[in-house]
Write a protein that binds this ligand. Structure first.
Ligand SMILES: Cc1ncc(COP(=O)(O)O)c(C=O)c1O
Length: 401
């Protein structure tokens, strides 16, 4: 493979001097761990998405874990979720000794099938306690259907909105805000980033209170409060065996600045998605995501129509890399991962839609700093590959002979 100095990475965060200044301010303030910046970050985000409580943590995974813990999920409970996700959304179920119950995605999209959930709730006699839908790529699952099923069967709902921020769904709600709790990730490649970090959002005060305690060692008062309140500074009570999941003020300061730019970042991403859609829509050997404003455009996932191309997805990715373009795959489904196979005995064909989507899909670069020329290079490369590897029909091949 030839080396490119102008290689287009799959993702690149936009960090400017405002974020640098915010970090410097915190570093010089004398308070670098969880404190006022974190509180400010939580307040700003809660206000933006319209929830009562936003709780910052050091990863989206930590938020998922404590969200489910606060919902009372315990050993041998079952949580209905999707195999088409990053391992975080299922591993946290295992942290609690509970089990993920996989329901396949819809044939036509990347989301857990609500009919599939309905079917499993009627046909399976398991100890179902919650549903954990994942808003893949930044497009909402069918939350109305999922919430209706949850209500009917007395289940909690934890929304994995790691990809969602700050997009709404078609019904006008910020993704992640309709279940009992939802989470956002601020990992390096996400729509806004703190390097590592996450936020749990909820309108349920009981969940919020539990998460507040559990994210900081099971201590009944916030660490920051411990050092600033008028009560004796040295006193605290450990009421649970909690975790160390708090976010530092250094990272929260980055998050607060990124938050002010979130809508602008979304516009940049949406503009790129629109351009990809316009430029590539004629290629019938590719399936593109439907352009919509109800999408965070964290990911732009393209699927190949294998029957129309002489190369497979893996080779498509390789050729793009040879042309200096970075891509990624979202996701290798969990049911074909060694851990989940070993633990639950899954076979690849158990979730055929997830397997099929995985085998045909890859994600293109999409981020605010992706320049016009870079977009052009990506579009030209894809058109070229499709043209060079288009499987002509037998009739056309005969005619050409
Ligand atoms: C669907 C999904 N859920 C959860 C996470 C975990 O987020 P974090 O990396 O912030 O822990 C990710 C991370 O990429 C993800 O893609």
């Amino acid at each position: 493979m030839s080396r490119h100095t102008d290689f287009i990475p799959f993702s690149r965060p936009r960090i400017s001097h405002e974020e640098e200044a915010a970090v410097l301010r915190v570093l010089r303030s004398g308070w670098v761990t969880t404190g006022q910046e974190c509180l400010g970050f939580e307040r700003d985000l809660a206000e933006m998405v319209g929830v009562k409580h936003a709780l910052a943590m050091n990863s989206g995974t930590a938020c998922l874990h404590l969200g489910l813990e606060a919902m009372g999920i315990k050993k041998d409970d079952y949580v209905i979720t999707t195999p088409y996700s990053f391992t975080a959304s299922s591993e946290i179920i295992r942290y609690l000794g509970a089990h993920p119950y996989f329901v396949d995605i819809d044939k036509g999209n990347f989301h857990i099938s609500s009919e599939g959930i309905d079917k499993c709730l009627h046909s399976e006699k398991k100890n179902f306690k919650a549903i954990l839908p994942v808003h893949i790529a930044g497009e909402s699952c069918d939350m109305s259907a999922i919430l209706e099923l949850a209500q009917k069967h007395g289940l909690k709902v934890l929304e994995d909105g790691a990809h969602s921020f700050p997009a709404k769904d078609k019904e006008g709600y910020f993704q992640g805000t309709r279940g009992d709790a939802g989470i956002y990730s601020f990992y390096a490649n996400k729509t806004i980033t703190t390097g590592e970090g996450g936020m749990l959002v909820t309108n349920d005060s009981t969940i919020a209170e539990r998460v507040k305690i559990m994210r900081l060692h099971g201590i009944d008062r916030e660490s920051w409060d411990r050092y600033t309140s008028t009560k004796p500074k040295w006193f605290y009570q450990v009421v649970e065996a909690g975790y160390k999941y708090n976010l530092s003020d250094i990272l929260a300061a980055i998050g607060r600045v990124q938050l002010t730019k979130a809508m602008e970042f979304l516009e940049f991403r949406a503009a790129i998605a629109r351009r990809y859609t316009e430029e590539l829509k004629e290629l019938d050997c590719l399936v593109l995501p439907a352009f919509s404003k109800y999408h965070s455009w964290h990911l732009f996932v393209v699927s190949i129509v294998s029957e129309k191309l002489t190369i497979n997805r893996d080779r498509f990715i390789e050729v793009l890399a040879e042309k200096g373009i970075g891509t990624s795959v979202h996701f290798i489904p969990l049911h074909i991962m060694p851990y989940y196979q070993k633990t639950y005995g899954f076979k690849p064909e158990d979730f055929p839609h997830a397997l099929d989507k995985y085998q045909r899909s890859f994600s293109l670069p999409i981020y605010p700093d992706l320049g016009i020329n870079e977009q052009e290079k990506i579009i030209d490369a894809i058109k070229g590959i499709c043209k060079n590897h288009y499987k002509k029909s037998l009739a056309v091949q005969k005619a050409l002979q």
